[in-house]
Write a protein that binds this ligand. Structure first.
Ligand SMILES: [Zn+2]
Length: 414
């Protein structure tokens, strides 16, 4: 199939400008030419997007895709593996309809490796859905932020039987966990260095993996050529991870200047997931009240540190990726909310757009295939009716989506 896409404006994924009068030639699933007044034959299918701003398909780098509805997050522990894996499929479908053609999935629930099957079933064309890059488990210690069986902590028998197989202790245990993640098809390794906000029994400054356990995970993954990322907040823990040679990190919301400089020097990426703390940064009592009491309490306690950390991240030159991490308030496929948070934080819109396209493609280690509109790349293309440079909710409305050369229906949230 041969298409020419006529763009209103074009953000190509890399340049800090919107180009006008540009056309994209797509042959089968590949972008073969980008330019003006491209030649046409009678067989060429012309897709007129002159009313839209065209971009590469967006990428969300932090999606807990097995959550169907945030109000029922604990289904990941109380329901079956099949339910969790249907959740991944549901999210991948909803994300694609919203212009996010790739999602990096941080799987929570299935004790097995079902997220790999969901990814492969979409790749094989049995279902429509976003391209998935997956971590099969949250790797961490007993009672940590990764150990969701803590919701049953008043019933130790129940909690012990609900404990995920990637939860344990000791360097050898974690080496084995990482080897299995690689063996069964995980694309990246996710470790939990610190506690967090969304679990009842820990805090964001707690160190939850010992130094030797973190080292075992990161070095084993490196031996197997798998990238590593960590859930982490406190600066001393981020500094430890950089010294251990971690590929990147998630959150980092308590960032300080010294740690930011280390990120910059080592080109370690950060997916800062602004949205989950938005209610406390830009005080929104109504949305705050939707979170469990312990979650609210922790956010209020750390409010000033989170605000300062946000400022340092925005002003830094850290390689920032775009990711949402929704486990409360918003559905995990409503990736557009993060755009609003970054815009409200004073981030340059081109930095946001690059984070969600070319930078994220690099973080996912598939920037040879996606993340920009240029010849040779896969035809992952989205179109947006609203003003991407000034409208903080511009990504809430998707007017066109193509993944791997195939056009899919879009869902409009407004
Ligand atoms: Zn997360």
């Amino acid at each position: 199939m041969k298409h020419i896409i006529v763009c209103g404006k074009l953000f190509d994924g890399k340049r800090d400008e919107l180009l006008e009068g540009v056309e994209i030639r797509v042959e089968d699933n590949i972008i073969t030419e980008v330019g003006q007044n491209l030649s046409r034959t009678p067989e060429t299918d012309v897709i007129d997007l002159s009313h839209l701003t065209v971009t590469p398909g967006m990428i969300d780098a932090h999606v807990h895709s097995d959550i169907f509805r945030w109000q029922k997050i604990w289904d990941i522990v109380t329901r079956s593996a099949t339910w969790c894996n249907l959740g991944h499929l549901h999210t991948a479908q909803r994300s694609l309809e919203r212009g996010f053609t790739t999602i990096r999935c941080h799987a929570l629930g299935d004790p097995g490796y079902g997220v790999v099957d969901v990814k492969k079933a979409i790749e094989a064309g049995y279902f429509h859905g976003s391209r998935m890059v997956v971590a099969c488990h949250m790797i961490g210690t007993v009672g940590s932020h990764a150990d969701f069986s803590q919701i049953f902590s008043e019933n130790p028998n129940l909690a012990n039987s609900a404990q995920n197989p990637a939860i344990g202790a000791g360097a050898d245990f974690f080496r084995d966990v990482v080897r299995k993640e690689a063996k069964f098809g995980g694309d990246f390794i996710k470790l939990f260095m610190s506690g967090g906000f969304s679990t009842p029994n820990d805090g964001p400054e707690d160190q939850q993996l010992s130094d030797d356990e973190a080292e075992a995970i990161i070095s084993t993954a490196r031996q197997l050529r798998k990238p590593t990322t960590a859930h982490v907040y406190a600066p001393p823990l981020m500094q430890k991870l950089i010294k251990l040679g971690i590929t990147g990190m998630e959150h980092g919301a308590m960032m300080d200047a010294e740690t930011a400089a280390m990120f910059e020097e080592t080109d370690t990426y950060l997916v800062p997931t602004f949205c989950p703390y938005e209610e406390i940064i830009d005080l929104d009592e109504a949305n705050l009240a939707k979170k469990p009491e312990f979650f609210q309490k922790k956010l209020r306690h750390y409010a000033e540190i989170l605000k300062k950390g946000r400022e340092i991240i925005v002003k830094s030159n850290i390689r920032l990726g775009y990711g949402t991490d929704f486990v409360a308030v918003h559905e995990c496929y409503e990736s557009w909310y993060e755009y609003r948070s970054w815009m409200r934080s004073g981030m340059d819109p081109f930095r946001i757009l690059k984070a969600a396209t070319s930078v994220n493609a690099g973080i996912l280690e598939i920037d040879d295939k996606i993340g920009s509109i240029e010849p040779g790349k896969l035809a992952d293309i989205a179109g947006w009716p609203r003003d991407l440079l000034h409208d903080e909710d511009a990504l809430s409305e998707c007017g066109f989506v193509m993944k791997n050369g195939v056009v899919y229906p879009t869902y409009k949230t407004t």
